[in-house]
Design a protein around this ligand. Structure first.
Ligand SMILES: Cc1ncc(COP(=O)(O)O)c(C=O)c1O
Length: 495
């Protein structure tokens, strides 16, 4: 074979490549080295950040050293730092170091996990990872599944399989005109991606029945039963109940065992959205809430939330693997088809989800599970729950804060009320104050919170799925809120 490089190859020589890799890893180490003192949000404005990238399409090659400098000073320095334990908004994982290596190695070997023979070892790793995830959350390890971009894709896939199995007409061939309108049920606290799934699958968001919740934000079973019966009477065809195993708003977990029983009685598909909460099923602190998860027909869980894997990595699990294949298998002349029942039991992941090109995201999950082991991961999840419950206790002990929801997992919803008790019952004042605070805290940059509404009131919402979280971080959170809140009080007095 010729030792000469192809005239148009984009590769550099191996020594230069080694040098660039080293430089890139130094950048990563510096990023991790500044986690304690760094702002969570950039100080620059949108316009200032946009200006950093105001460059025309490069015609000529630029030196890697210069590009890496730009990554560090323009991209890393202007990124929201989920890595930090003081990021307490949304449900975004703090990532982990083994996954950083996993992402690098996966992109180096560039496997397309569509057909087994495209990606023999990678397909086996993905298969193993799916079994491990199922086992970790207490689901059957006989389940089929695949890794996906996120929980939104997972809920979409779950609904697609439910429709295939329960529609009683061939929606794939006939479209939705082939039968009566299909209805799906989720509590009012269900994630917006369920609604998006209804839209994308053509079932229509009006056919998503949002069932009322009880005081603890779990689904009201009587209302569910009534709604299903009414729908049947009115000519709708109920197909699926989506149970929440950790809602985004408050972390509430529906009574999964009762929902499983109801779905069995009513011949409905039981899909569980455990995108956030699933990994807590293995904990002492919250495990008992998840009784019945093992009875679901399908479950979505996001390693890129509470298994500390960086985005993107979600997993759909389906009790009967054939249900996934029957929903997603397409045959094309230009793809070599493998028979799953063939001698080697080969596995083509293109038949288990909507994508054909699929990257090797399983590697970072596999490396996470191997590098830390379930004992450490479980301890980190337990610790997140314990620390967020400590935050809830601190709030309960403070006159100037009010907690607005129970804390079954690692979400705490609360309002800051100031030390002036005369405003504590003034809902409008508190709504305005807490909306203002969200913005002001983001500009301040020391901590990050997101918000939501509880019983129509605007609240601060703290959530952590970060193994770096310490008690001092949530104590600091309250100090920063009080500190930033002082300028609101000052403004109110001046106004
Ligand atoms: C309960 C729940 N389901 C689904 C999703 C959607 O997941 P993703 O953002 O990975 O698409 C989220 C995201 O926060 C979630 O909390």
């Amino acid at each position: 074979m010729s030792e000469q490089k192809a005239a148009q190859s984009l590769d550099c020589d191996l020594e230069t490549f080694r040098h660039d890799l080293q430089k890139a890893s130094e950048l990563v180490v510096r990023l991790y080295g500044r986690l304690d003192e760094a702002r969570i949000t950039p100080a620059k404005t949108r316009t200032e950040i946009a200006a950093l990238f105001d460059e025309s399409l490069p015609e000529e090659a630029q030196p890697m050293e210069a590009i890496l400098r730009e990554v560090e000073s323009n991209i890393f320095a202007n990124s929201t730092l989920y890595l930090s334990p003081r990021f307490l908004g949304y449900i975004n994982s703090g990532g982990n170091q083994a996954s950083v290596l996993g992402e690098l190695l996966a992109s180096a070997v560039n496997q397309i996990c569509a057909l087994w023979h495209f990606s023999p070892a990678a397909s086996e790793v993905e298969q193993r990872v799916i079994r491990w995830i199922a086992e970790f959350i207490g689901y059957t390890s006989e389940a089929g599944g695949c890794l996906l971009s996120g929980g939104s894709a997972g809920n979409l896939v779950g609904l697609a399989v439910a429709r295939k199995r329960k529609a009683q007409f061939d929606a794939a061939s006939l479209g939705l005109r082939g039968g009566p309108p299909l209805t799906v049920y989720v509590s009012q606290e269900g994630h917006a991606s369920v609604e998006k799934g209804m839209v994308l699958l053509g079932m229509g968001c009006n056919q998503l029945r949002k069932i009322s919740v009880r005081d603890d934000f779990t689904i009201d079973l009587d209302s569910l039963e009534k709604q299903v019966a009414e729908d049947r009477k009115s000519g709708y065809h109920p197909i699926c109940v989506v149970g929440n195993a950790g809602t985004t708003n408050t972390g509430s977990v529906d009574p999964l065992n009762l929902l499983a029983e109801f779905c069995r009685d009513q011949a409905l598909w039981f899909h569980v959205d455990a995108a956030y909460g699933g990994p807590a099923a293995c904990t002492q602190a919250a495990g008992k809430l998840f009784r019945g998860l093992d009875q679901a027909d399908s479950v979505v869980v996001n390693p890129h939330k509470w298994m500390y894997v960086p985005a993107e990595a979600a997993c759909i699990l389906v009790r009967e693997p054939s249900a996934l294949r029957n929903t997603f298998q397409v045959v094309a002349d230009y793809l070599r088809e493998e028979d799953e029942t063939g001698a080697d039991g080969q596995l083509d992941f293109k038949d288990y989800g909507p994508q054909l090109h699929r990257n090797f995201r399983a590697l970072k999950v596999w490396m996470t599970l191997k590098a830390y082991g379930t004992r450490k991961l479980r301890a980190a999840i337990e610790s997140n729950i314990e620390i967020m419950r400590h935050l809830a206790d601190r709030i309960d002990q403070s006159e100037d804060f009010l907690r607005l929801a129970p804390v079954p997992l690692s979400v705490v919803c609360f309002q800051y009320r100031t030390s002036d008790t005369s405003v504590h019952k003034d809902e409008k004042y508190l709504d305005d104050l807490n909306s203002w605070l969200l913005d002001a805290l983001e500009k301040d940059g020391r901590v990050f919170l997101s918000g939501t509404k509880i019983h129509g009131m605007k609240v601060l919402r703290a959530c952590s799925v970060n193994h770096r979280l310490r008690r001092e971080d949530v104590d600091y959170l309250l100090d920063v809120i009080r500190d930033v809140g002082r300028s609101w009080v000052g403004k109110a007095q001046a106004g």
